[in-house]
Design a protein around this ligand. Sequence first.
Ligand SMILES: NC(=O)c1ccc[n+]([C@@H]2O[C@H](COP(=O)([O-])OP(=O)(O)OC[C@H]3O[C@@H](n4cnc5c(N)ncnc54)[C@H](OP(=O)(O)O)[C@@H]3O)[C@@H](O)[C@H]2O)c1
Length: 391
Amino acid sequence: MKRITILGATGSIGQSTLEIAALHPERYRLFALTANYSHEKMEALCRRFEPRFAVMSNPDSALRLRQAIAGLPTEVLSGEEGLMQVAAADEVDVVVAAIVGAVGLMPTLAAVRSGKRVLLANKESLVMAGSLFMEEVGRHGAQLLPIDSEHNAIFQCLPADSIGSDLADKGLRKIVLTASGGPFRDLDIQALADVTPEQACAHPNWDMGLKISVDSATMMNKGLELIEACWLFAVDHDDVEILLHRQSIVHSLVSYNDGSVIAQMGNPDMRTPIANALAWPERIESGVEPLNLLQIGRLDFTPADETRYPCLALARQAWRQGGNSMAVLNAANEIAVEHFLDRRMRFTEISNLITEVMERTASGPADDLAAIFDADAAARRLARELVKVRA
Ligand SMILES: NC(=O)c1ccc[n+]([C@@H]2O[C@H](COP(=O)([O-])OP(=O)(O)OC[C@H]3O[C@@H](n4cnc5c(N)ncnc54)[C@H](OP(=O)(O)O)[C@@H]3O)[C@@H](O)[C@H]2O)c1
């Protein structure tokens, strides 16, 4: 019986994880579930799963939840202390890191530092603090397993001990990340300035949270994934090719120097990578429909166009610059996406704002958390000021 903490249980990844846990009550028990504001969703989850702890980051939401579930065996905690406590608790075997954004870094690191099996969805924490994060994984003997579908695919196509190890002597030629291209892949580039948040969040193949949906539309998501792949698999950005694959059936590929290319395929459903990482090295039922290749009929691959998707080039640039540039890229993107979702900024201004924040920020080291959080905070401040000036 493995005891699980899900950081971000009310989100899209959290829900998919809960569905798999519910399929295997003999294997998995929910130790703790966390959210920010969604106390009503959390109340329903507490009634269904009766976790030992429920954490609401927002104190008012914690109060409401406490009143709503009085009488249940679940204890309600709040704030970052609550997150850290349930990520690091001795009783926990597996932590699913599925909070969205930079705020996921500290609880995910707490899980890493407690030597847990960490199922990583929160790519932003690796993007902003990759070097330190991977060092901590090694130092504390944590088992890091990616559940981003592309990275889980790559993980499945590589030898078993590949996370953080040198792949050059394992015959690796390159990694190919696939990308659907998002909802605007066929839209006239001129029309991008007028797209709405609803259109941006209507992804053709995946059902996801709002922030990652916008990131998929700009392809910053693929840029963040490029950086995530570089940290996870210890490769350089030149070793990672990005291809558009509109069907989202091939989740990524690994090319070897003997000419072999190994791909992982499946229906676009996050329950597959989550089940893979939960049970690894075993395989368990995920509830996902088997792939019907005859029905799909064809698989298309085309180059990713950086004119249509300028965020891709920004992510490569941030990786090349190194140090705090990736934290700056991530922070500026989070502010830009927030403003776009609130209709205070056009879709096409997202990449412009990130470019400007990166240009105006001096590169610096990202050796410790203080430097990383300083860079993050400064980039957020600058991005907000620039938005005000433009308004
Ligand atoms: N969705 C996917 O298919 C997918 C695929 C690959 C990777 N990912 C990655 O997985 C992560 C989660 O994505 P998602 O789509 O599941 O996001 P989501 O649906 O927006 O859910 C986010 C979760 O994080 C919680 N949260 C948000 N802000 C918080 C804060 N300030 N403090 C504490 N908790 C907070 C939310 O709680 P409330 O409900 O209370 O707001 C919710 O439980 C992201 O890093 C994303 O890039 C997602």
